[in-house]
Ligand binder design. Structure first.
Ligand code: SF4
Length: 279
């Protein structure tokens, strides 16, 4: 039987992919977070469904539910189910805190992949960066649960910064042992976000440092799919904000390219995606 998750090539030919920041709310307070503080957001299922249906009706093929923490949205499971039943490839990016066994049972048949953030096996470091305890233990147990219960791809997103550069070999060893499908490393991005902007000095690294560690990890763990992404990659990604605006993140919030509100402007997502060479 065909697997629900396939490692993607970087070009995403024929796809129309949107990262939907469905909320900026989150239980954590990561010091590198690129989300702004929560403002007034769309909260009703009706409006969320209207946004999603407009995107699907005009060509969306892959929907990434991101945040903030998407599982703080009470009806997220209904949105994922609806998108999947309409043939859309779905991914949930979650910090794992609300991903209980019951929640996973609700969504597992409608998800192609799940992405967790993970930066270090060092509990003290994780606590200092995230402001919460037991992140290593939590994510490890969530990965095992997802692998055990469903045919769902498991991805790990790692923000690479000054404080975890020397921790990543150990992280790679753990992820390899756990059978993670895809490890995505991104260089610390300091242009926007409630955590990232004030912590620029604390975390910034050079492109050379980033490329060096990514190459090294690829050599150490040749059986795991590993990607390194520079912040410039964000600029080609089509996103929807918690207020329903379709946009691309270019630098600071003021610099974003904004296409208007999906609810009121009846935007055609495939036309925009193809015209502006998003991926
Ligand atoms: S980076 Fe941390 S604080 Fe920001 S949304 Fe993700 S889990 Fe929450």
């Amino acid at each position: 039987m065909e697997k629900k998750y396939k490692i993607e090539d970087g070009e995403h030919k024929g796809e129309v992919i949107v990262s939907w920041i469905i909320t900026h709310a989150c239980q954590e307070r990561c010091a590198y977070c690129i989300s702004p503080n929560k403002q007034k957001e769309i909260t009703s299922l009706e409006e969320h469904l209207a946004i999603q249906n407009q995107l699907i009706d005009t060509g969306l093929t892959k929907n990434r539910y991101i945040g903030g923490e998407p599982l703080t949205v009470p009806h997220l499971a209904e949105l994922i189910k609806e998108a999947s039943l309409r043939g859309v490839d779905t991914r949930l990016s979650t910090n794992g805190i609300y991903l209980t066994k019951e929640k996973l049972y609700e969504i597992k048949d409608y998800l192609n992949s799940i992405a967790f953030p993970f930066e270090s096996c060092n509990d003290e470091l994780n606590h200092n960066i995230r402001g919460t305890n037991n992140h290593r233990e939590l994510v490890t147990s969530r990965i095992k649960m997802v692998k055990y219960l469903g045919d769902i791809g498991v991805l790990i997103n790692t923000c690479v910064h000054k404080e975890n550069l020397n921790e990543l070999e150990e992280v790679g060893y753990l992820l390899n042992e756990l059978g993670v499908d895809h490890w995505k490393l991104r260089k610390f991005y300091s242009s926007s976000g409630r955590g990232a902007v004030p912590n620029r000095e604390r975390f910034d690294i050079t492109e050379e440092e980033f490329n060096y560690i990514v190459d090294k990890l690829k050599r150490l763990y040749p059986n795991m799919a590993i990607d390194g992404r520079l912040p410039s990659k964000l600029a080609t990604r089509l996103m929807v904000s918690p207020q329903g605006e379709l946009f691309r993140m270019i630098g600071s919030e003021e610099e974003n390219i904004n296409y208007g509100n999906v609810l009121t402007r009846k935007l055609n997502v495939k036309k925009i995606y193809d015209r502006d060479k998003c991926n």
